[in-house]
Write a protein that binds this ligand. Structure first.
Ligand code: 4AD
Ligand code: MG
Length: 477
């Protein structure tokens, strides 16, 4: 007798064939109908218990959350709502789940409650759907790059350089925190540390990806990145996954074209391949929207929103144009923005990004040519001497989903920039080497994976789209 998944059995023609199926009990009605799920699909398999053949002891152990092995015959369902069901011959209990203490009951739990039970929450419909979509998106991303001539490159996780120059990093050390070795000046002596220098968890694999793009042409990284900023928002994690393509001989326009095509392709993939889960999340979102005032409700359903992104061009707008729009906008004039926009050069906050995307353009937006002062050191300086070839992709409900740029490939210009920002040449000597030997126009960007999953699933908090979120004061599990 073969062992199948629920997904396989739900797609099988019933012919009273004997089957074995393992899963967890989602519901147990009338001491007769077991809804069984093994994670292979959002849909449950109905197993109908024939009372006569069962001892009471086993029936007692069947409750929500219990793990079972069911043997029986696959038949056409007598009831509505499913094509097939199992007439149960025998049930073995892998493990019972005490109904008095098992926290995941078949009722609506708040997302906050489930965050406290992160080790069990994947057994709910919502989280299983989100995590299957997360997995499908990761596959679609690798598939996209593979089909488009990119090589997957593994950037190091422990680094000695600060790619973003933001300085909010997690230190990696084996020194004794209570009694570290000191230099003559009384500072911690990192020469005695494991790597012989100060090291951190990476904030981005970009600098190393640039080195590899200069030999392999087109590469991408897809790995964990870490930021020690104390941002307690629904869009920030301390540990998140980033996808960073880096391409030799690409200018900023080609970079924007790639970002747009890439995002559309992976969203198209889930539209084509994950309909059950999207359908479930769409309904969930609709229920949630009903609790909101009319004015705050989204006009589009989840799948319509995804289709909208796939079918429409992203609007490309320079930073300077965006500042004009924002300066003259209603919320700015009525002092509704927390950070009012007065002059050119202001850094954009998520309230501004969301105004542009949700209220003004009503579509995804790519902002480009930002002031050099508010962007990282490695971005290519424009002829005007004050803007750089940066781009951010902004999404409805999310704000910034992608940040990227054309890189400064001119050695002298880069050195000057580093000097202005007090970045030691010795620290990035190898990065400068890339500009000394066979330098070329090149570009890349970083997509925050969880922000993409947030958009695709319609979830509201980034903590709910990664299995075990790491945020300030939170590294349980
Ligand atoms: O804009 P960022 O900081 O860009 C970089 O790190 C570049 N080195 C990327 C590159 O050009 N290769 O980050 C890129 C994206 C953001 O747009 C956002 O989606 C995501 O990473 N991100 C975060 N996601 C979750 N939590 C955080 N704390 C994030 N910080 C950035
Ligand atoms: Mg950014």
């Amino acid at each position: 007798m073969s062992q199948f998944s629920v997904k396989e059995l739900l797609g099988t023609e019933p012919a009273s064939q004997q089957v074995v199926i393992n899963g967890w009990v989602k519901a147990f009605r009338s001491n007769r109908f077991i809804a069984l799920n093994d994670g292979s699909t959002i849909n449950n398999l109905q197993c109908v218990v024939d009372y006569e053949n069962f001892d009471e002891e086993i029936i007692k152990e069947i409750s929500v959350g219990a793990a079972l092995k069911v043997t029986g015959s696959l038949v056409e369902s007598q009831g509505k709502g499913q094509k097939v069901e199992i007439l149960v011959g025998a049930v073995e209990i892998h493990g019972a789940a005490d109904p008095e203490t098992y926290p995941i009951q078949p009722k609506k739990h708040s997302l906050e409650f489930l965050r406290e039970k992160a080790h069990l929450r994947v057994r709910t419909n919502t989280f299983s759907a989100v995590m299957r979509l997360r997995s499908a998106l990761a596959f679609a991303i690798h598939d996209y790059f593979n089909k488009n001539g990119f090589y997957y490159m593994h950037a190091p996780i422990v680094t000695g350089s600060d790619a973003e120059g933001a300085g909010e990093m997690f230190r990696v050390t084996t020194l004794d925190a209570k009694n570290p070795p000191l230099t003559e000046e009384g500072d911690v002596n990192y020469k005695k540390d494991f790597f012989g220098k100060e090291t951190n968890l990476t904030v981005s694999g970009q600098l190393e990806a640039e080195a590899y793009a200069m030999g392999l042409g087109k590469v991408y990284t897809f790995g964990p990145t870490f930021r020690a900023e104390n941002s307690n928002t629904s869009r920030h994690l301390a540990e998140f996954w980033m996808i960073e393509p880096e391409m030799a001989f690409y200018d900023l326009d080609m970079n924007m074209d790639l970002a747009e095509d890439f995002i559309k392709s992976v969203i198209q993939y889930v539209l084509e391949n994950c309909d059950d889960d999207l359908e479930f999340l769409e309904k969930r979102l609709l229920d949630e929207e009903k609790t909101k005032p009319q004015a705050e409700r989204s006009e589009l359903s989840l799948k319509d929103k995804l289709r909208f992104v796939v079918d429409n061009n992203f609007k490309r707008v320079s930073y300077t144009e965006a500042i004009d729009i924002l300066r003259n906008s209603k919320p700015n004039k009525k002092k509704k923005f927390e950070y009012p926009i007065d002059e050119w050069g202001a850094d954009l906050q998520s309230e501004h990004e969301r105004f542009l995307v949700e209220k003004h353009f009503k579509c995804p937006v790519i902002l480009f040519d930002y002031p050099a002062k508010i962007k990282a050191f490695y971005m290519r300086l424009n002829e005007d001497g004050k803007t750089v070839r940066a781009m951010d992709v902004l999404f409805p409900g999310i704000g910034e989903i992608v940040g990227g740029s054309q890189r400064e490939e001119r050695l002298e210009v880069l050195k000057e920039k580093m000097e202005q920002l007090h970045i030691e040449e010795e620290e990035l000597w190898w990065y400068l080497d890339l500009r000394k030997f066979g330098t070329a126009v090149h570009s890349g960007f970083g997509l925050g994976f969880e922000r993409l999953v947030l958009f695709v699933t319609g979830m509201g908090n980034i903590r709910d789209v990664i299995p075990f979120p790491r945020t300030p004061q939170n590294a349980e599990f």
